[in-house]
Design a protein around this ligand. Sequence first.
Ligand SMILES: [Zn+2]
Length: 176
Amino acid sequence: MTTVAKVRKEWSSDGTHRHIEGVCTTTGTHYTRKEEVDGINRGEDWHTSAGGTTAKIKPMRYCPAAACLASPYITTAPGSHDREQPREPAGVLGAASMILIIAYDLHNPDRDYPKVEGAIKTAGGGWAHPQRSVWFVDTTEGPATWRDRLHAAADSNDEFFVAHLQQNGRVRSSGV
Ligand SMILES: [Zn+2]
């Protein structure tokens, strides 16, 4: 049995979202999606392990993002009797993530950047910090959830802007 410890993501070719490029196993070996699907098709048993629960990985034809033709793709199969494509819980391999843009103005004299930045870095599946007060996060949670999270980490008069980067959005940033 092969256990996946980490999922590696990459930008889709049209720049609209990040999807799974491959995985790293608990033994530290990296496999591309194709290598993993080939292994599963040879009868190998691949699992994820997250938060104490394991889930079987199964091949999918395409990335779940709309209009994305990345193929083959992988997802987890929480129940073997699931006939429909399961909606993945947040944080589990195969979840259809999106990119949010976060911008803020922190007003108080003791502007709490570390607290806000910590919330951004730990709550998402990945992040980029292209400008001082602008972030991108890779997440399965919507803008309202993020607004509330950031508000909780900041002072009451701080201002946040959170929006979903749409299909026609373009991102160009080193370190994403
Ligand atoms: Zn995709």
